[in-house]
Design a protein around this ligand. Structure first.
Ligand code: AMP
Ligand code: GLY
Length: 420
């Protein structure tokens, strides 16, 4: 098969790494990719948000299967375009991707199918939104309805912070994404991520993970896109996974099908677990980043078979071959991230790193300059390892980091602490 993956981060490097190990994969192209991906697959440069360009590329390169990594092309309807052109596609339609692209829509679906989630109200004007906050009190959560690159959620611990967030959103801080605001009850508990493939009717769990959103050790400092992750997430016990499937995920999949907008792709349920029960925090219509790096490390080549079964409507016959293993990834970021940082610093030591079924350095934001690998983003490398235990995976990942020579980079030293 000729396979095209859309995206350019560590998630797409991990997807490419797993897909390439499967003998069904003859030719692998990633667009736009990055410097690490270019070492193991072809890369191509075209506008992945333009349906005509994507379909033309698929036709010219006889692409048999497209895997869509990030949310932006999903929300832009790329999966609709490739499916309409007859290309087998992994990723939901724009209508189904509203589960990520609109928080108000997700709440509407939860209401319609009875899925447990935080109580909420939605507003298009500041004054009634503020009255609601004054009535409910803090802590309270203020969310821009639309896609805001992970920044549109303010967990306000005091009322003044919530009122200021409402002003900022209606003043256009998040552009059109903040034209509607969802205000939610604050949920206490422990957060974890649950990844489910859906072919529109059937659902299949492909793993659990937890990430670390804060930049500093001990979960301190500003929020980031994720500084590390591990899988499985011990807090998501078999019983809680079953409850989340029965009460949240399956009812959502049925409701989406009932509306004529079936969900095909991976559904990433962000869950809050308290007193042995899960409630939905949010859905994403794609794999998580960096969670995918640990999921792919554990699934390996079978990930392609699972994604094909998902795209083909055969998930009822698919099974995951689980190993009794654990994986952990540490994000190496450029100093200054998530604030301002420099691009272009040289990264040495990559060539000596082990690359096998237990160790992999996925690239998230790198480029080649004058023949050497340089940092080209905030989150730059995802040092990922697999082991018999979480402690073993963690030891291997940090041993790999010791081999790196990149003075302009940093990482958290405590990834996995909650589970260890
Ligand atoms: P979201 O983009 O919806 O995942 O929100 C980003 C983060 O905000 C989540 O990962 C949670 O840590 C936090 N969060 C969102 N909604 C709530 C809520 N209702 N209660 C507590 N924390 C929340
Ligand atoms: N790691 C969080 C996300 O992918 O949204």
């Amino acid at each position: 098969m000729n396979i095209l993956i859309l995206g350019s981060g560590g998630r797409e490097h991990a997807l490419a790494w797993a897909v390439k190990q499967n003998p069904k994969c003859d030719r692998l192209i990633v667009a736009p990719g990055n410097a690490g991906i270019a070492q193991m697959a072809e890369v191509a440069d075209f506008n992945i948000l333009d349906g005509v360009e994507v379909v033309t590329f698929c036709e010219e390169n006889a692409i048999d299967f497209v895997i869509i990594g990030p949310e932006a092309p999903l929300a832009a309807g790329i999966a609709d375009a490739t499916r309409a052109a007859g290309v087998l596609t992994f990723g939901p339609s724009a209508d189904a991707a509203r589960l990520e692209a609109s928080k108000a829509f997700t709440k509407e679906i939860c209401d319609a199918c009875g899925a447990p989630t935080a109580a909420y109200a939605r507003f298009t004007e500041a004054s009634p939104a503020k009255d609601y906050v004054r009535k409910m009190g803090a802590p309270i959560v203020i969310k821009a309805d639309g896609l805001a690159a992970g920044k549109g959620v303010i967990v306000a611990m005091v009322e003044a912070e919530a009122l200021a967030a409402i002003d900022d959103m209606f003043a256009g801080e998040f552009g059109a994404a903040g034209a509607e605001v969802v205000i939610e009850e604050f949920m206490a508990g422990e957060e974890a991520s649950f990844f489910i493939l859906s072919d529109g009717i059937n659902a299949l769990s492909v793993g659990t993970a937890q990430d670390h959103k804060r930049v500093g050790d001990g979960d301190t400092g500003p929020n980031t896109g994720g500084m590390g992750a591990y899988s499985p997430a011990p807090v998501l016990t078999d019983a809680i996974q079953k409850q989340a499937l029965d009460e949240i995920v399956l009812p959502t999949i049925r409701e989406m099908a009932r509306r004529g907008t079936p969900y095909q792709g991976v559904l990433y349920a962000g869950l809050m677990i308290e007193n042995g029960r899960a409630r939905l925090v949010e859905y994403n219509a794609r794999f998580g980043d960096p969670e995918t790096q640990v999921l792919m490390m554990r699934l390996g080549a079978q990930a392609l078979d699972l994604m094909l079964a998902c795209a083909d409507g055969r998930l009822d016959q698919a099974r995951v071959n689980w190993g009794d293993d654990h994986a952990l990834t540490v994000v190496m970021a450029a100093k200054g991230y998530p604030g301002s940082y420099q691009k272009g610093s040289k990264i040495s030591g990559l060539a000596a790193m082990p690359e096998d079924s237990h160790h992999m350095c996925f690239h998230a934001g790198t480029a080649v300059k004058d023949g050497v690998i340089v940092a080209n983003g905030g989150r730059v490398l995802n040092i990922t390892a697999r082991g018999d235990s979480l402690a073993d995976a963690r030891r291997r990942a940090y041993a790999m980091i010791d081999q790196l020579d990149w003075p302009e980079g940093f990482c958290r030293s405590d990834i996995g602490w909650r589970a260890l």
